[in-house]
Design a protein around this ligand. Structure first.
Ligand code: FES
Length: 106
């Protein structure tokens, strides 16, 4: 799948998730997942091209290990500057979806 607009926003709001201390999670970075905010391996079929037309795969999941058992807010818009955590950038992401500079999946 060629997708020049990646990453896309899975949706423009975060998801509250209970994480367990010491457990590792895989956060979606491409936005194509059907299980936001977690990776479902959709990135494996994504690619773009370099200037010579060679396929480049850009996306892998971002793994993180919970430092304690708690509820965290994980980003779905992929615009956060503190991945995998929401930093309220989804407010700007909504504007980007409206002006067409960001694709939203859900
Ligand atoms: S959902 Fe991406 S910053 Fe909040």
């Amino acid at each position: 799948m060629h997708h020049s607009k990646l990453p896309i926003a899975s949706k423009c709001e975060p998801t509250a998730v209970m994480v367990e201390e010491g457990k590792t999670y895989a956060w979606c970075t491409c936005g194509l997942t059907e299980k936001p905010p977690f990776c479902d391996a959709s990135h494996k079929v994504c690619w773009t091209e370099d200037e010579e037309g060679n396929a480049i795969k850009h996306f892998v999941s971002k793994k993180f290990t919970a430092e304690k058992t708690e509820e965290v807010w994980l980003c779905n818009c992929k615009q956060t500057s503190t991945p995998p955590f929401c930093d309220d950038s989804h407010h700007g992401a909504k504007q980007k979806v409206a002006d067409g500079s960001l694709v939203q999946k859900h």
